[in-house]
Design a protein around this ligand. Structure first.
Ligand code: GTP
Ligand code: SPV
Ligand code: MN
Length: 597
């Protein structure tokens, strides 16, 4: 099928290691896809859903110990430990190849090795990167066919070049003790073994498009970020594009597909989806930043997705979608918590056990039908508001960059950084409550700079330096903002309705970026004046608005202690500008607190 010597040699080496029974090339054809679906249905790897209700849709359940990214088993394997930095797990490359090699050895005996040539980005775009994933999972193949541009066109484009990411994946025996997700940025290589869950095994996604790409981006002068991209069209027809970084399960997919509240719809506002998880950002010849979504699908969180919160997602997943770890019913239907309609009378839960509504465990806790990190994989083109620009090889020009997290307390609904350098500080000090998208204690606040803590492929101190340097080269860097949809009152209820109403906040952001809309200066940045955000049609009290915008210098001074502890781990590698920003913020807050107190 191919003449690429480097590729052939690598595949034969990997086949020698894993010893598959057969090797099958993925060509991207409909016929091959159908045949693979049939085979996986026959083996029980996937279940075909009811054809009337869910045309072209399938269900898959992963092992119960394999339902989220395992960050503690994810490594950056650089020759020097300092290049991975203190926030990444590190393994010496030779040691890593040896250790994982033992798990890969013979792991594909009796199985087929699928060769998936895939491109992240449209073929021919200056952004685009090519990867080859070798895998023993049809589920992975079917997901990659949705999430990436995969097939023989990619091989033709690659030709005899050796410039591609080498990805090797085997389910192994799905033993968490023998699971490793390894990145070798110096070799442009990814090895993933012992898992069958999304972010661990769809190697084009977090592994290539963020960890490897962030490394490549720094060498080549661009940024790879954990960001959604969306367009907001105003009544005059002007479209402003925004890129926003929120940690996993903190609202990227939802914001990217937002439906404007009625009042703004009537005025003529529209939203266009460009991407929901990853943005590759380059400096354009015009001095602006241009962003591209390298993916072709959504791998979205199912629970909480319903026709009130995200009707566009619901429309997107009606057909040709793979559901993972949701609840399955006997008649080929699926269901998840806070989804559509009443729960079915009975079904099979995410862990494979029979489930009925109202079931509780020994301690009286609710038993979930769908796993909180259950997901759908759906083609991006099925999104009703897909932007006509979504696959423009140039990307889209950015008006603003937004950072955000899940903070019950402290962070106001929105604020604007004073300038690029301060904006980098705001991103670098992002924090969020841990969600079900990663193993760990849920609800605990952890620092997650630019939502990249689990995804930065090199030393995070160098990443901060690179962001600072990147901004210095821009004649008019986009304004940087921070949002928090998740602030709660003392009863634990969200203060802000969120979802569609977030457009009200985006409009303020866009107006500010164009030098309009009013704001007050606070120690942490510019916060909207009480009347600056259009609240028409919202049932929200003046007191709530005040609480949403409140900046408490005492609480922020406590928060700053956390910033300092986080930064200390980087030692001398931390850029001095970050420390300068820290001291300036400390001073602004101290003056403010003294004045208040
Ligand atoms: P990853 O795919 O893990 O990167 O997640 P994501 O950032 O795309 O998050 P997603 O949009 O899937 O949202 C995750 C959860 O947050 C879902 O349960 C949503 O219902 C909920 N959520 C999203 N936006 C809002 C919001 O504005 N307010 C509130 N209260 N919840 C939200
Ligand atoms: C995330 O966890 O940020 C996701 C899902 O988008 S995964 O592909 O598993 O990383
Ligand atoms: Mn994500």
């Amino acid at each position: 099928m191919i003449n690429n010597k480097t590729l052939q040699k690598w595949i034969s080496e990997m086949a020698d290691l894993c010893q598959p029974e057969a090797i099958v090339w993925i060509d991207g054809s409909e016929g091959q896809k159908k045949a693979l679906e049939k085979e996986a249905v026959a083996s029980g790897e996937i279940v075909r859903l009811d054809e009337k209700k869910w045309p072209g849709c399938f269900y898959h359940r992963t092992a119960t110990n394999d339902v989220a990214r395992t960050e503690h088993l994810t490594y950056i394997c650089t020759s020097k430990k300092e290049d991975a930095g203190p926030t990444n797990n590190w393994m010496e490359p030779a040691e890593a190849y040896r250790k994982a090699g033992a798990y890969f050895k013979g792991s594909m005996r009796g199985r087929t090795m699928y060769v998936i040539p895939f491109a992240m980005g449209p073929l021919g775009s200056p952004f685009t990167k090519i990867g080859i994933e070798l895998t023993d999972s049809i589920y992975v193949v079917l997901n990659m066919l949705i999430m990436t541009r995969a097939g023989k066109d990619v091989l033709e484009h690659l030709g005899e070049s050796d410039n591609f990411t080498r990805g090797l994946h085997s389910k192994g025996d799905l033993d968490i003790e023998k699971r490793l997700i390894l990145h070798f940025p110096e070799d442009n290589t990814i090895w993933s073994v012992g898992s069958g869950y999304g972010g661990n095994v769809l190697l084009g996604k977090k592994c290539l498009s963020l960890r490897i790409a962030s490394w490549l981006g720094r060498q080549e002068g661009w940024l790879a970020e954990h960001m959604l991209i969306m367009g907001v069209e105003n009544p005059e027809g002007r479209i402003d594009y925004i890129a926003a970084a929120f940690p996993s399960a903190c609202g990227k997919t939802n914001l990217a597909m937002l439906i404007p509240p009625e009042h703004l719809q009537k005025k003529g506002y529209k939203v266009w989806t460009v991407g929901d998880d990853i943005a590759w950002i380059r400096r354009g010849e015009d001095g602006r930043l241009w962003a591209l979504n390298p993916e072709t699908g959504f791998f979205g969180v199912a629970p909480g997705t319903n026709s009130r919160t995200n009707p566009n997602a619901l429309a997107t997943i009606r057909r040709n979608t793979i559901f993972t770890n949701v609840l399955l019913t006997g008649d080929g239907d699926v269901w998840w918590e806070n989804g559509e309609g009443e729960p079915p009378a009975e079904g099979i839960a995410w862990d494979g056990r029979p489930w009925k509504p109202g079931m509780v465990d020994e301690s009286g806790n609710y038993i979930h039908g769908a796993h909180p990190n259950s997901r759908f994989t759906a083609p991006i083109t099925q999104c009703p508001i897909i932007s006509p620009e979504w696959d423009n090889p140039k990307g889209v020009p950015l008006t603003a960059i937004v950072f955000g997290g899940r903070r019950s307390h402290l962070a106001p609904l929105v604020y604007e950084a004073f300038n690029w350098r301060h904006g980098v500080y705001v991103g670098a000090t992002m924090a969020s409550e841990v969600t079900a998208a990663q193993y760990g204690k849920q609800g605990k606040v952890r620092r997650d700079p630019m939502a990249m803590l689990p995804f930065c492929g090199y030393n995070m101190a160098d990443y901060f330096s690179y962001w600072l340097e990147f901004g210095r080269t821009l004649p008019n860097p986009p304004k940087i903002f921070h949002v928090n949809w998740f602030r709660k009152d003392e009863k634990g209820c969200f203060l802000w309705p969120g979802f569609g109403d977030n457009l009200r906040v985006l409009n303020w952001i866009i107006e500010r970026a164009h030098g309009r809309a009013s704001a007050v200066k606070t120690p942490i940045g510019f916060v909207p004046t009480p009347d600056a955000i259009d609240m028409t049609g919202l049932d929200i009290s003046e007191d709530t608005v005040k609480e949403l915008f409140a900046v408490d210098p005492g609480d922020w001074l406590e928060e700053l202690a956390g910033h300092r502890i986080f930064f200390e781990q980087f030692g001398a590698r931390l850029p001095s500008e970050i420390l300068k920003e820290y001291h300036a913020l400390l001073e602004r807050l101290s003056i403010n607190e003294a004045a208040a107190g």
